[in-house]
Design a protein around this ligand. Structure first.
Ligand SMILES: [Fe+2]
Length: 386
């Protein structure tokens, strides 16, 4: 089909494409005059865990992440293709929460730019020339306008990239950190602020008025982070990439063999949004980890924005598999710069779970459902399967 770039067009796959995201907010974070830092990519997450040994067993023994450094209080882990010091820092603490969502910027000066950008927005910032954690130099941490602890750095210790070390790889090898996913009450406000930070929206879910979620990127994939509508600030998940789909199936097989299938929350499956193959796991503290592979290139300047109707039952799972309710409701707390959990603000806009009971495979709500088999009509698909 021919696409008119100037219009919103319904594709033969059932979603819409346009040049601009439909992010309109009457409650924007004022755009700073200071130039945004040039963010390269998602770099690492600092995760506070309550039982370091249990977390080590999950992330190292089961998922196969590589240890860069460890002691009695923290473990630094990286994926097999990574050359910076770490992608995940597990830190022992009193409460399960996220300490930092960390991004790498293009130059040392971009750390200055990040500090000025957030100071102008009136956010609390803290700069440490020697870094906050091992392996990372000059960094600034901020409590961003949405309440998330964001970090920006350039200087980093290089470590060996283990991509060629096939002797160390496991069948479900995690090769890269792919993205974060954040829960926030007001998605348009969040997306607009992230656009000011230089991110581009690649996909979104809406009903034409309410935006339920938005995906945004710096690196040329579908996202570095996504904003999911809900009570927040909370962390929905952190996602690692595998090379291929079969690597994700290998993780499922491994968890089954270890009698750890309870760690699987949702999937495996194929997303509508992002087109990626996915699996959601819960770590021993309940932190959600996504294993993700094979989304698509988004690096062209006129990359089309994909919009999904919230009532499209294939948007969250391309095969129409049910989304379990915990996936909508559960998320991890985030910490302020003093290490205290941030207060969670309730979402007042419509909840995706409530408007789409029926659009997630629990039942079907799309208007043209006369062609549906009887067992899919009007009732709960999950209930019928049971
Ligand atoms: Fe994700």
């Amino acid at each position: 089909m021919k696409i008119d770039k100037n219009k919103r067009t319904k594709t033969s796959s059932g979603f819409y494409v346009s040049q601009h995201a439909s992010v309109n907010t009457d409650n924007p974070v004022p755009t700073p005059e200071a130039e945004a830092p040039d963010v390269l990519r998602v770099a690492y997450m600092e995760l506070q865990v309550t039982d370091l040994a249990a977390s080590r067993e999950f992330y190292v023994d089961v998922l196969g992440l590589h240890v860069t450094h460890e002691d009695d209080n923290e473990i630094y882990l990286r994926s097999s293709e990574e050359f910076i010091h770490h992608n995940l820092l597990l830190k022992k603490g009193p409460v399960a929460a996220v300490g930092a969502f960390s991004y790498r910027v293009r130059s040392p000066e971009d750390v200055d730019a990040a500090e000025a950008f957030y100071k102008e927005m009136g956010c609390r910032t803290e700069r440490r020339k020697d870094g906050f954690v091992r392996g990372i130099g000059d960094s600034v941490r901020v409590e961003d306008p949405l309440g998330f602890p964001y970090e920006f750095f350039y200087e980093v210790e290089h470590v060996e990239r283990l991509a060629w070390r096939y002797d160390l790889h496991v069948p479900g090898a995690l090769v890269r950190l792919d993205h974060f996913n954040q829960v926030t009450p007001d998605v348009p406000r969040a997306a607009r602020y992230m656009q000011d930070l230089g991110f581009r929206v690649t996909e979104e879910i809406s009903d034409g008025e309410t935006v339920f979620a938005a995906w945004m990127r710096r690196k040329p994939t579908v996202h570095d982070t996504a904003m999911t509508g809900g009570n927040g600030p909370r962390m929905h998940h952190v996602a690692f990439a595998t090379h291929e789909k079969h690597n994700i199936l290998a993780i499922c097989d491994r968890l089954g063999a270890l009698r750890r299938s309870d760690a699987i929350e949702r999937g495996p499956g194929r997303h509508g949004v992002s087109n990626a193959f996915y699996l959601y796991l819960r770590d021993p503290d309940g932190h959600r980890v996504e294993i993700y592979t094979q989304d698509y290139w988004t690096g062209d300047p006129d990359n089309p924005v994909v919009s999904w109707d919230v009532h499209d039952n294939q948007r969250r799972d391309w095969w129409g598999t049910p989304v379990v309710p915990s996936w909508y409701t559960d998320a991890s707390l985030v910490l302020d710069l003093d290490g205290n959990p941030k207060e969670v603000i309730e979402r007042t806009d419509d909840s995706e779970m409530e408007v789409t009971i029926g659009a997630d495979g629990f039942s079907y709500t799309r208007p043209d459902d006369e062609n549906m088999p009887d067992w899919k009509k009007g009732e709960f698909k999950l209930g019928n399967q049971l």
